[in-house]
Design a protein around this ligand. Structure first.
Ligand code: AMP
Length: 215
């Protein structure tokens, strides 16, 4: 839609922390996102609509210009690469860590490890940088089940409190990256709609807590 900016939001935990931040920036969806089955929402800000997507799809929408901006976890950007995207703002929300984890007390025995993860590129880079031969097994969810069932030795997953790992008999090993949600912008959109996008970025940046830590 000419003159309309589209901001793609990541559903779930990130959305729950994004909506209060947008509200502080004066941006509210025209209807309650949680109680609606719609995926596209008008907002109270003229010329801005909101999409609600899975995090894995947000960089794709923004990269192809189907959305002008997006809110997405750094984990997705590390996994998918940031080609075609600017990453001007760290929103400081949905903080967590990308970590390796293994069954409590696990020690490597051979020269290879089997690693189950949905973050295959992150995992490949991590183990290659350490000179560890890793067989990477792609999963789409419930990574913490893989070692218990003998599918892998290790996992690479998101860790927040560590409760999910502990509940499944796993312990965190190495931190690969700290993660928070980022605002990303399509590079061509930024050129074509420079003024409204920079105004929107400034409004969102002004709504971030001064110490860089989201409430
Ligand atoms: P926890 O049990 O608190 O360590 O949370 C771990 C699980 O919650 C992970 O397996 C993720 O699926 C999910 N999770 C926690 N924090 C985030 C986040 N910031 N972004 C996406 N998923 C998260």
């Amino acid at each position: 839609m000419a003159g309309t900016l589209t901001l793609a939001l990541t559903k779930g935990r990130i959305l729950a922390e994004t909506l209060p931040l947008l509200a502080r920036a004066g941006i509210e969806p025209a209807e309650d996102i949680d109680s609606s089955r719609k995926l596209v929402f008008d907002s109270n800000r003229p010329g801005l609509r909101l999409l609600v997507l899975r995090g894995t799809d947000v960089p794709t929408y923004v990269r192809h210009g189907a959305a002008d901006l997006g809110v997405v976890g750094k984990d997705m950007l590390l996994e998918q690469g940031a080609e075609g995207l600017y990453e001007p703002l760290d929103l400081g929300i949905a903080r967590c860590r990308l970590m390796t984890a293994a069954p409590t007390g696990w020690r490597p025995t051979g020269s290879r490890v089997r690693v189950a993860t949905k973050f295959v590129n992150v995992a490949r880079r991590h183990f290659a940088a350490r000179g560890v031969q890793a067989d990477i097994i792609k999963l789409y969810g419930a990574m913490e089940l893989a070692p218990t069932m003998g599918l892998s030795d290790l996992i690479v997953d998101i860790v927040d409190s560590g409760n999910t790992l502990r509940a499944n008999g796993l312990e965190p090993l190495e931190e690969i990256a700290t993660v928070s949600s980022r605002l990303v912008v399509n590079k061509a959109s930024l050129r074509a709609a420079h003024e409204p996008i920079t105004r929107l970025l400034a409004d969102i940046e002004a709504a971030l807590p001064a110490d860089g830590l989201a409430a």
